[in-house]
Design a protein around this ligand. Structure first.
Ligand code: NAP
Length: 235
């Protein structure tokens, strides 16, 4: 039996990833900061649920204790994320970004990823085939953001891409430190979810494909990489 936790899985890509992993036979925990929405999603998908706010130490530690008491964890998907748009849902560029906006975005996307990974590492290290999937973004790629004429180059936001570049670095450093765990960063592609005001061009089924593929890696799979559905991405 493979047990998987997906943070922020009450909707969007996390929820669809949960659906596909339940179908693949995993015992899936829907991490949700709201108990009611987590319970509803879990009931609909045949999954379990755990209350988990990635910005809150006590919440993350309680979730780790609960999953440990239930038997442990094999796969962690750090999916919870925010784009950190402005008051009118606009992408905030260099002229307007503030330290507070950066801090809020990093609190979820970066510190949340470390907080959750740190809390669940002892459980993962007891698994026979541990896997971590970190939700990154194509916007994390310094190679792409500096390549004129591409949609990635045209994206003006500062906080979100910077936070996902940090997620990539975290992925590489954890992968080197824990060679027995498959730890990879993934770019799901521009997907229609609440994160981007439903402006994405892919369905959640398409976006979740690479997340699911990396969650199903065996011990011989790659680690310390950055992948989209098309293959490895440039850092
Ligand atoms: P979404 O539909 O907005 O879902 C985001 C999820 O994260 C929600 O369940 C949300 O919970 C949760 N979340 C936010 N803050 C949290 C916190 N502090 N604690 C726990 N959960 C929290 O967005 P999505 O598009 O599915 O995004 C999922 C991941 O994919 C994100 O990491 C995002 O950066 C990444 N990604 C998305 C795209 C895209 O085009 N959509 C592209 C590249 C990467 P609430 O419902 O409680 O807010």
């Amino acid at each position: 039996m493979t047990t998987t936790l997906i943070t922020g899985a009450n909707k969007g890509l996390g929820r669809e990833t949960a659906r596909q992993l339940v179908a693949a036979g995993h015992t899936v925990y829907i991490g949700s900061r709201d108990a009611g929405r987590g319970r509803l999603a879990a009931e609909e998908l045949g999954a379990r649920t755990v209350v988990l706010d990635v910005t809150d130490d006590a919440s993350v530690e309680a979730a780790a204790r609960a999953i440990e008491a239930d038997g442990g964890l094999d796969v962690l998907i750090n999916n919870a994320g925010v784009e950190g748009r402005g008051a009118e849902n606009e992408v905030v560029g260099a002229a307007d970004v503030t330290a507070d906006m950066m801090r809020r975005t990093f609190e979820t996307n970066v510190f949340g990823t470390v907080r959750v990974t740190h809390a669940f590492l002892p459980l993962l290290r007891r698994s026979a085939a541990p896997v971590v999937v970190n939700l990154s973004s194509g916007l994390a790629s310094l190679a792409r953001v500096t390549d004129p004429g591409t949609p990635t180059h045209a994206y003006p936001g500062v906080a979100y891409p910077a936070s996902k570049t940090a997620v990539n670095m975290i992925t590489v450093q954890y992968a080197k430190a824990f060679p027995d765990i498959r730890i990879n960063a993934v770019e799901p592609g521009y997907t229609k979810t609440d994160l981007n005001g439903n402006t994405g061009v892919q369905t959640v089924e398409q976006g979740a494909a690479i997340i699911v593929r990396m969650a199903l890696l065996g011990p011989d799979g790659p680690t310390g990489g950055f992948f989209s559905a098309e293959g490895p991405l440039p850092w």
